[in-house]
Design a protein around this ligand. Structure first.
Ligand code: NAD
Ligand code: MG
Length: 384
């Protein structure tokens, strides 16, 4: 079987770490040919020196000298946002793995599609923002979009080409650190508490999103675009153990689920080796110690993110991009101790309420809505 040549965008983050681990684990199936990061030169240089990736990109142009001084070989170096777009088009690469937090991966994703590369997508934000544009571009160019987000990777495994018979997609959610926290107490939870995820070890933005359940909201819209199912067929169930990564209910009432420990190496590997399954060093489930698997209905009233996401997904157009952008601004403000935890969804609600959605937006309209929402959210936070 052919070894996949992968460009990894977001190489210094949590997903980046896992992807590098997968590449070390299955070298006969995965080769890193490009690495990109925003500004962590030390970590980027370390990854480059280890993988000997022939191309490296640093978005923060001011640190390029430091990067060069740390490299032990001479890769082709790309810099800045333009560099990120160039490395996404790298000659000879088969796949681009988008593991950039936020929306900065959108243009590189479209560039990768344009040059005929398959996409492995961890960055759910770009599918929420521009799901229609990205999936249509991929279809037109005949390239695959392989989901890396664990839930979507699980659904992808359960579907296995049987999309038309689906009755429901059931996304599992751990419920985050505040799954059992009383509503009143949510007013006073600290950044440190919100950053303590019970089952996953991830970057700060997605960890806060998991605490508000915006992560699951974003994932509902992500599922809608990836699998072409209506929002009314996408549901969420709380599953604190994070062993069942999601499920698909088929028309005959049968439900398929995918189970594994919560380790992002599993979905990353499957995205790379699909349609094959290959041996690795990851631990399989040990049912003798697993104990019980629990399921519960989410607390919709106390965590409004799910209903906001449903509304954004059902309305469509530019509203998902607006929700996503307002959330990004609000999460950053919460992480900087500028707002309290519930103000994250208050800010998002306020900005969504003020937006007049544009239907079937082109990229320009999406980017304009994104910018508008960032400005509105910033103003709302400033006034609060
Ligand atoms: P992280 O904060 O740990 O890492 C972010 C990475 O993005 C870094 O390598 C950083 O250099 C890069 N980056 C940030 N801004 C950039 C920019 N403007 N240009 C280029 N690169 C930039 O984040 P993470 O937890 O690895 O998450 C990455 C993406 O994967 C997010 O969209 C997240 O929702 C998604 N995801 C993460 C996990 C997880 O387990 N961490 C699981 C599912 C999905
Ligand atoms: Mg997920």
């Amino acid at each position: 079987m052919k070894r996949k040549r992968v460009v990894l965008l977001g190489a210094t983050g949590s997903i980046g770490d896992s992807a590098l681990k997968v590449a070390r684990d299955i070298p006969e199936r995965m080769e890193i040919v490009g690495l990109a990061a925003k500004s962590n030169v030390e970590k980027l240089a370390l990854a480059a020196n280890k993988t000997r990736a022939p191309a490296v990109c640093l978005v923060n142009e001011r640190k390029v000298d430091v990067l060069q001084s740390k490299l032990e070989y001479e890769p082709k170096i790309f810099v800045g946002e333009d560099g990120l777009r160039e490395i996404a088009k790298l000659d000879g690469a088969d796949m681009v793995l988008i593991a950039i937090v936020g929306t900065a991966g959108l243009h590189p994703a479209l560039d990768a599609i344009e040059t005929g590369k398959d996409l492995a997508v961890a960055s759910k934000e770009i599918l929420v923002m521009a799901g229609e544009a990205v999936t249509q571009a991929a279809q037109k160019r005949g390239v695959k979009i392989l989901p890396v987000d664990s839930e979507h990777n699980a659904i992808f495994q359960c579907l296995d080409g049987r999309g038309s018979e689906v009755r429901r997609i059931i996304l599992t959610a751990s419920g985050g650190p505040f799954r059992e926290t009383p509503r009143k107490r949510l007013e006073r939870v600290s950044v440190e508490e919100a950053l303590k995820h019970p089952t996953w070890n991830m970057g700060p933005k997605i960890t806060i999103d998991s605490a508000t359940l915006f992560n699951k909201g974003l994932e509902m819209i992500e599922a809608h675009w990836l699998f072409g199912v209506g929002m009314d067929r996408v549901e969420v169930v709380i599953h604190p153990q994070s062993i069942v990564h999601s499920m698909v209910e088929f028309a005959d009432g049968s439900t398929l689920a995918q189970l594994s420990y919560s380790n992002m190496c599993f979905p990353i590997q499957y995205a790379v080796t699909w349609p094959d399954r290959v041996a690795n060093t990851l631990p399989p489930l040990d049912f003798s110690t697993l104990g019980k698997l629990e399921f519960a209905i989410p607390r919709y009233e106390d965590f409004p993110a799910l209903n906001l996401a449903r509304r954004a997904g059902e309305t469509g157009g530019t509203l998902p991009a607006v929700m996503n952008a307002a959330n990004e601004v609000a999460v950053a403000a919460f992480l900087n101790h500028r707002i309290r935890f519930p103000q994250i969804w208050h800010t998002v609600t306020e900005v969504m309420d003020r937006h007049r959605p544009v239907a079937h937006p082109d990229l320009g309209a999406i980017l304009a809505a994104d910018q508008w929402a960032r400005a509105e959210a910033t103003a709302a936070i400033g006034n609060s």
